[in-house]
Structures are given as structure tokens and as C-alpha cells.
Design a protein around this ligand. Structure first.
Ligand code: HEM
Ligand SMILES: *[C@@H]1O[C@H](CO)[C@@H](O)[C@H](O)[C@H]1NC(C)=O
Ligand SMILES: *[C@@H]1O[C@H](CO)[C@@H](O)[C@H](O)[C@H]1NC(C)=O
Length: 351
């Protein structure tokens, strides 16, 4: 019981040292980027990560669904135009307005954290970093019963993007075949095993609405029958919850373990092995030859927490803007200055 924890702690320490060294040299993300950078109006040093943590704790105590909202937000932000908070921008035809946005929530909470930080040390902390820090803290809060996920370190130093367009939104559909999902993650420099951890950890909390899995319940792929891979007990429950062609607004937990559906943990892997995946992609993760062995192994492992944290660090590094690229927004919903792509070229040549 104790050994794997020690090993995980050592590996974590080593990876921190390694990435920190790598980050010193150039414009890269760093652990603790904001250390010593936030001074309040009285000249006192303030700990940015601590401000975010207190906010996340308070929020979670009144709304436990915030963990699902933020995990999904980080995924969508990072997969569309990089982790640059472009998902938060209120602009005509922005990312927010694209159809897969459906249940992306938590915008107001991020703005609330931003306001508090701006009142403390204005112009220092990016919205993109707030998303990543707040998601980590909500994940930690979700596990007060120590069922699965512990604290993981986050890298910071991202800058906010100036562009947000619904046309850039190209997120995987709930019925995407696993080989195509692997390709989509691979295009973001995320490996198959990263995907297994991110999808399984992400979908260990939160809900899906009928419209996103109804295709599995009655006439799967024009067979006239339900998806044969679905557990028959679950099938009956879902058919009741989502009557055929009813356009029902109902939703169901993505993690079907009733005791663990709001804690980020490995329970999802056991559930999909029982045929209790809600989305087609979730169920296929347990069946496809590319991922089924990893799923079986993680279901019986005791280092999910550490591995999920590592995968979240990688997700948080997708196409980030750093250094002179991007800006620190004053409000997360609006850019300070419009995109002038010639600026970027100038800095590339001389910066
Ligand atoms: C192939 C990849 C993925 C697909 C196709 C996918 C698809 C979906 C769909 C269709 C929903 C239901 C939305 C709704 O009914 O409103 C959902 C929910 C969710 N997804 Fe994913 N997802 C993927 C990967 C991820 C990843 C990598 C994460 C985070 C690390 C994530 C986190 C979540 C969360 C937390 C929810 C629940 C949201 C809530 O309850 O508000 N997903 N996803
Ligand atoms: C999300 O997309 C739908 C279209 O599918 C749109 O009606 C809705 O307004 C969008 N949500 C936001 C916050 O813009
Ligand atoms: C269906 O799910 C239930 C738990 O929800 C489980 O007990 C049962 O073994 C599953 N059936 C199959 C065939 O895996």
C-alpha cells in the first residue's frame, strides 16, 4: 500500500525538478510562474495559487458540479486554438456559440476569480492560467473522501489569446471511433495513454444529455436494435430516461458507480468494463484493441491519481501562448487589444 505512494511521490518530485530546469531557459511554461509576481496595493506579496484555491473551495462547497464544469472547460479551451482562454471570450460567433458548447459552464466562476485577482495585483495573471489552476483545485476538492485523485502541480505562464471563433471548434463527437480519437489527441501531441487517462478521468464526473447518446438506445447504426455493447440493465434505465424521439432534456451520470459519480477517480474504467459507458466513445474505450488493455490495467491500478495529474499537465501545455505572444486580459470575457498578426511577426524576428 505504501510503496506505490512513495514511488509516485519520488517520480513527482523528479518530474518537477526536470520540467522546472527545462522551463528556465526560454519561453516555456513553469511550475510556480507567479511566485513573487503578485504584489497587492500595500506592497505585500500574495500567493496567486492560494487565492485560486480558496475560491475553488468556497465554490465547491455550494456547487459540487463545478469540478465537471471546469474539467470540460479546460478540455474545450485547450483543444480549440490552444489553452488560451479563447473559450471565455464574449464575441459574435465566438467559440462559446459553437454547438458542442452545450454544457460548458463555469464562465462566471472564472470571471469571479479573475476579478478578485485583478483587485489584488492587476495585469499579472492570465485567464488561461486561472482555468488550469481552478480546474486542479476543484479536482482536489472533489476527492475529500480520498477515493481517487490527489493534488497535482500545474504549470503557469500562459497568455490569453485575442481570437475566438466558432469556426475553429473541431471537437470530437461522442460517436468518434477510437482510432480517430487517438488521431485527434495525437494532433495535440497527446499520446494514446494520455487520452485514456484524460477521457476516463474527465468522464468520471459530470453528466451527458439524452441527445448525445440516444442513437445507441433504439436504432443503433440502422440496425433497428440498441447498441449491443450496452449493459442491458443500463439500457432499460436509459430508455426510460430518454424516450424515443422525445427530445428529452434529461441527463445521466457519465460515471455509473453511484458512490463515485462526483469524484475524479478510476471508477469509470471499471464501469465501462461492465458495459456501463454512456457515450459510444466511452464504451468503445473498453473494447477497442488500442485501449482495452490500458483500461483493464488502470481499473486495477493504484497510481491513477498521479497519472491523471501528469496527463492534465500535458493537456494544459497544448499550443500555449507565452512570452510576447498573447496578452493578460483585464476581464476574461473581452480582449484588451485586437489581434494584429504583424505584431507577432515583429516579435518573432527581434524578440
Ligand atoms: C474523445 C474525447 C471526448 C469526447 C467525444 C467527449 C464528449 C463529451 C460529451 C458528448 C459530453 C456530454 C455533454 C452534454 O451532454 O452536455 C461530455 C461531457 C463531459 N466531458 Fe467529455 N469528451 C471527450 C473528452 C473529454 C476530456 C479529455 C475531458 C476532461 C479531461 C472531458 C470532460 C468532460 C466532463 C467533465 C463532462 C461533464 C460535463 C458536465 O457535467 O457539465 N471530456 N463529453
Ligand atoms: C451554444 O450553442 C448553441 C447552439 O448549439 C447556442 O444556441 C447557444 O447560445 C450557445 N451557448 C452560448 C453560451 O453561446
Ligand atoms: C451490468 O452492470 C451491472 C452493474 O450496474 C453489473 O452488476 C453487471 O455485471 C453488468 N453486466 C455485465 C454483462 O457486465
Amino acid at each position: 500500500m505504501e510503496m506505490p505512494r512513495v514511488a509516485a511521490a519520488v517520480a513527482l518530485a523528479l518530474s518537477l525538478i526536470f520540467v522546472n530546469l527545462a522551463g528556465q531557459c526560454s519561453g516555456q511554461l513553469q511550475f510556480g510562474f507567479y511566485n513573487g509576481k503578485c504584489r497587492d496595493g500595500n506592497g505585500f506579496q500574495r500567493n496567486v495559487e492560494d487565492i485560486v484555491k480558496q475560491k475553488a473551495k468556497a465554490k465547491f462547497s455550494t456547487d459540487t458540479t463545478i469540478v465537471a464544469a471546469l474539467l470540460r472547460m479546460q478540455f474545450h479551451d485547450c483543444f480549440v486554438n490552444g489553452c488560451d482562454a479563447s473559450i471565455l471570450l464574449d464575441v459574435p460567433n465566438g467559440e462559446k456559440t459553437a454547438p458542442p458548447n452545450l454544457s460548458v459552464r463555469g464562465y462566471d466562476f472564472i470571471e469571479d476569480i479573475k476579478t478578485e485577482i485583478e483587485n489584488t495585483c492587476p495585469g499579472v495573471v492570465s485567464c488561461a492560467d486561472i482555468i488550469v489552476m481552478a480546474t486542479r483545485d476543484a479536482v482536489v476538492e472533489s476527492d475529500k473522501k480520498k477515493l481517487g485523485t490527489g493534488w497535482y502541480p500545474v504549470q503557469t505562464g500562459r497568455r490569453d489569446g485575442r481570437v475566438s471563433s466558432a469556426q475553429n471548434v473541431n471537437l470530437p463527437s461522442p460517436s468518434i471511433p477510437i482510432p480517430q480519437a487517438i488521431a485527434a489527441f495525437s494532433s495535440k501531441k497527446l499520446s494514446t495513454i494520455d487520452m485514456v487517462y484524460l477521457l476516463g478521468g474527465g468522464h468520471s464526473v459530470g453528466v451527458a444529455h439524452c441527445g448525445l447518446f440516444e442513437n445507441r438506445l433504439y436504432d443503433f447504426k440502422n440496425t433497428g436494435n440498441p447498441d449491443p455493447t450496452m449493459n442491458t440493465t443500463l439500457l432499460k434505465t436509459l430508455q426510460t430516461l430518454c424516450p424515443r424521439n422525445s427530445g428529452s432534456p434529461n441527463s445521466v451520470n457519465l460515471d455509473q458507480d453511484p458512490l463515485k459519480s462526483s469524484s475524479v477517480d478510476k471508477s469509470f474504467y471499471e464501469q465501462i468494463r461492465l458495459g456501463n459507458g454512456i457515450l459510444e466513445v466511452d464504451q468503445q474505450l473498453a473494447l477497442d484493441s488500442n485501449t482495452r488493455f490500458s483500461v483493464a490495467r488502470i481499473a486495477g491500478s493504484n497510481d491513477f491519481s498521479f497519472q491523471f495529474g501528469q496527463a492534465m499537465i500535458k493537456l494544459g501545455a497544448v499550443d500555449v501562448k507565452i512570452g510576447k505572444d498573447g496578452e493578460i486580459r483585464k476581464k476574461c470575457a473581452a480582449v484588451n487589444s485586437p489581434d494584429r498578426s504583424s505584431d507577432g511577426k515583429f516579435f518573432n524576428l527581434f524578440g
